[in-house]
Design a protein around this ligand. Structure first.
Ligand code: FAD
Length: 467
């Protein structure tokens, strides 16, 4: 199967096609460079051309044309993913969905939207329409698309109340185009949603999305400090368990993260301050302050509804989730990160074990409170002072041996970034919907090497060679 890229491009010439080399290069990249491991391997990756469909019909035409000419297609929302998810490893076509950005319908509790709509535009539309907002969004709310969030993201602001995107009820319906001689349109609900959500666009293109909504609030942003990290973490966990206090975010940052890396917070904290970032509904503020009053070790240092800081810190959620790493990288380029799930009956016990395993600041704890099956757990986005790939792998191993689940952000495949196992639903659907394996090639190991054993990092055979 030899791709005929020139023929595919020529057949699509009547559509909006990007010709500028610099733009093609930037449209071939995402935030893979967060990882020194991926930076070393993917920096040179570039598409042959970029196309911007304006409708579902144009998507179908692009897929049929590329199928005919064996041309790989990598779909792009806004390219804010962290693992090279939207990068065309084997070249070919990048299909940007930025023009499919219409909010189609808003109803009580749900919205129907095209995939290229930015999360912030979707929220603004739902709020203006009927005082509603998304249950959850990635901290890249201002720049990321809803399609990219579903195909590449996992959860974020709102997950402390609603759980993760993959939890039942957090996506209602997806409309999906297949990559066949004559592409089909399928509609997925319930069990079927797992075929294409968080599948990196490897087995179908999401062309329409139905998402649940919640009432919109003018959330109060807050920062609270504590001299004790365990106390700060327990405070965030216990707040999330207070069912009567509505929150949208509870992030915990071990000292000295706030002092070292949060420039606008720095004047208000010391190097010993552990920080908690929160979003609380305005009507829950009194209850929140009562809860806080019961914890003498915690101190409120900022609330967005009071003009008490000369330089406002901006949205507190833009300190949380993967924005923490971004802020640290701006100060210290040697910082990288891990993604950890601290579950079980006492997640904080595992967190403490990891703090004890790295007492010298090589790994700094950053926790995000999440709901999971009625329990409160932590997503860890620990910051790591990078020295070598070998040491990074060792740090991963130390976590795994202590029973912490790692979603390795230094890998570009679905399986290695996930639970290191084949997702049969996604693989089975790929066989049906992308028989030539042209959708975002190189991202699903089980498609390329069914018996891969995960003992080392997967290297996609057809990855473009660096010049
Ligand atoms: P892209 O990066 O363009 O795409 C992501 C993946 O989805 C790619 O594999 C792409 O091929 C595929 N894709 C895109 N659109 C479609 C479609 N319509 N059909 C099929 N496949 C498609 N993620 C979180 O989950 N939570 C966070 O809180 C979070 N915080 C972040 C903070 C920072 C600073 C950064 C850099 C990243 C963060 N991320 C987070 C990762 C990323 O920003 C989000 O997942 C985001 O929602 C992705 O949206 P996007 O439009 O940029 O998608």
């Amino acid at each position: 199967m030899t791709p005929n890229i020139a023929a595919a491009k020529a057949d699509l010439a009547h559509l909006e096609i990007e010709e500028r080399e610099a733009t093609i290069r930037s449209m071939s990249r995402d935030f893979f460079w967060y990882s020194p491991v991926l930076k070393a391997r993917l920096d040179h990756v570039v598409a042959d051309f970029v196309v911007y469909p304006k409708s579902e019909d144009e998507i179908l035409e692009i897929l049929a044309t590329c199928y005919r000419h064996d041309c790989p297609v990598t779909t792009r929302g806004a390219g804010t993913g962290n693992y090279g998810q939207a990068m065309p490893l084997a070249g070919g076509c990048v299909m940007s969905l930025k023009n499919l950005n219409r909010v189609k319908e808003v109803h009580p509790g749900r919205v129907i939207v095209e995939p290229g709509c930015l999360l912030k535009d979707l929220d603004a539309h739902c709020r203006a329409d009927s005082g509603q907002e998304l249950r959850m969004f990635s901290s890249t709310w201002a720049t990321a698309t809803i399609g990219g969030f579903i195909a590449g993201g996992s959860g974020g602001i709102g997950s402390c109340t609603w759980g993760a995107l993959r939890d039942l009820g957090n996506i209602i319906r997806l409309r999906v185009a297949t990559m066949e001689e004559t592409p089909r349109i399928l509609e997925f609900r319930g069990e079927e949603l797992a075929r294409v959500s968080h599948a990196y666009g490897t087995n179908g293109i999401i062309t329409e999305i139905e998402m649940p909504l919640a009432p919109a609030y003018d959330w109060v942003d807050l920062f609270v400090t504590s001299d004790s990290f365990p106390e700060a973490a327990a405070f965030a966990r216990d707040l999330a368990k207070e069912d009567g206090i509505l929150i949208k975010l509870a992030s915990v940052y071990e000292a000295p993260i706030a002092h070292e890396y949060f420039q606008r917070v720095k004047p208000h904290v010391s190097a010993e301050s552990n920080l908690v970032g929160l979003m609380v509904a305005p009507h829950a503020m009194e209850a929140f302050l009562t809860f806080l009053g019961r914890r003498p070790g915690l101190r409120l240092i900022y609330r967005s509804d009071a003009a008490d800081w000369d330089r406002k810190p901006g949205p507190v959620f833009e300190y949380g989730w993967n924005h923490t790493t971004l802020r640290a990288l701006k100060v210290d380029p040697s910082i990288t990160y891990l993604q950890i799930r601290y579950g079980g009956t006492d997640p904080l016990e595992k967190v403490e074990a990891m703090r004890n395993a790295f007492p010298d600041g090589e790994v700094m704890q950053h926790l995000e409170v999440m709901r999971e099956n009625g329990n409160t757990i932590f997503a860890g986005l620990s910051m790591v002072k990078f020295t070598s790939e070998q040491r990074l792998d060792e740090i991963v191993r130390i976590h795994e041996e202590a029973g912490c689940l790692i979603f390795n952000p230094h890998r570009y495949t679905l399986e290695e970034g996930g639970r290191q196992m084949v997702d049969d639903r996604q693989l089975k659907f790929k066989r049906e919907a992308d028989p030539k394996g042209l959708l975002n090639p190189g991202k699903m190991i089980s498609w390329d090497v069914p018996d891969w054993d995960y003992s080392r990092m997967y290297a996609y055979e057809k990855l473009q060679a660096a010049e």
